[in-house]
Write a protein that binds this ligand. Structure first.
Ligand code: NAD
Length: 248
């Protein structure tokens, strides 16, 4: 079977851990040149060691900052074929009346603004090439309220709006833009829904309905499917990759 991504340059943010790391490694194994971005230089160094390929370029930076997005885009070179907007943070499961401006601003800058800025950077080149594949990582929290605090939920709903609107405007120009919505996944992300504190507040809403957490590699499979030519007619979709959690 030929490598699905040979000759392709694909940016993956938050590639130092969890879903981003599994996606970067899978893309590498399928022939891509991967531009791996993370705020943690240590995590990127481990990825580079494990990836062991000169097709892997690590870029340390904070994707919530425009200057770091510019540097990342520059490191990718003139042609970017794919983008996985994956970096994201949680919100300590705060309900609306307890949201601080600090949490709200940080979560929106990392989860939403960074995705917009990276798409804004890569889209002109994709349009001139007539080819682009974008996958934005949303969440179960992007379609309903029971999976996180209010800020995170609002940010992931925004990711879905960003994705659908981009799909609408750029689909006719050869760019497909889709979202993957993970359920619970075994990563390093803060998981307060598993804490006693959250259990007390949400009790049966969460704890009894959530399927066993998935491996990051299962999410990488969903993401790579949307990046590949195995999903030619899929644009503006939200792929629930959650073991069926959203059916409950
Ligand atoms: P993770 O914490 O294991 O990995 C995220 C990586 O992103 C980390 O290496 C971190 O250093 C990096 N990062 C964080 N902020 C950054 C920034 N400002 N700039 C650059 N890099 C930054 O988390 P994960 O679970 O793999 O999360 C990946 C995505 O999946 C996120 O968007 C998250 O919201 C989403 N998600 C995760 C779950 C889950 O259960 N793990 C569920 C639904 C959605």
């Amino acid at each position: 079977q030929p490598a699905r991504f040979s000759g392709r340059t694909i940016i993956v943010t938050g590639a130092g851990s969890g879903i981003g790391r599994a996606t970067a490694l899978r893309l590498l194994s399928e022939g891509a040149r991967v531009i791996a971005a993370d705020i943690s230089a240590e995590r990127l160094a481990v990825l580079q060691e494990d990836g062991g390929s000169d097709r892997l370029v690590g870029v340390t930076g904070d994707v919530s900052l425009q200057a770091d997005v510019d540097a990342l885009f520059l490191a990718a070179g003139p042609t970017v074929d794919g983008l996985v907007n994956n970096a994201g943070i949680m919100d300590s499961f705060l309900p609306t009346a307890e949201i601080t401006d600090e949490v709200w601003d940080r979560v929106f800058r990392v989860n939403v603004t960074s995705q917009m800025r990276l798409m804004r950077a890569v889209l002109p080149g994709m349009v001139s090439a007539g080819f682009g594949r974008i996958v934005n990582i949303a969440s179960e929290a992007g379609i309903r309220a029971g999976a996180s605090g209010t800020t995170y939920s609002a940010s992931k709903h925004a990711v879905i709006g960003l994705t659908k609107s981009t799909a609408l405007f750029y689909g006719p120009k050869g760019v497909r833009c889709n979202a993957v919505a993970p359920g619970a996944v075994k990563t390093n992300i803060e998981a307060p829904f598993l804490s006693a504190w959250a259990a007390e507040r949400l009790g049966p809403i969460m704890q009894t309905t959530i399927p066993a957490p998935a491996e990051p590699e299962e999410l990488a499979a969903s993401i790579c499917w949307l990046l590949s030519e195995d999903s030619p007619n899929v644009n503006g979709a939200v792929l629930m990759s959650d073991g069926g959690w959203s059916t409950i």
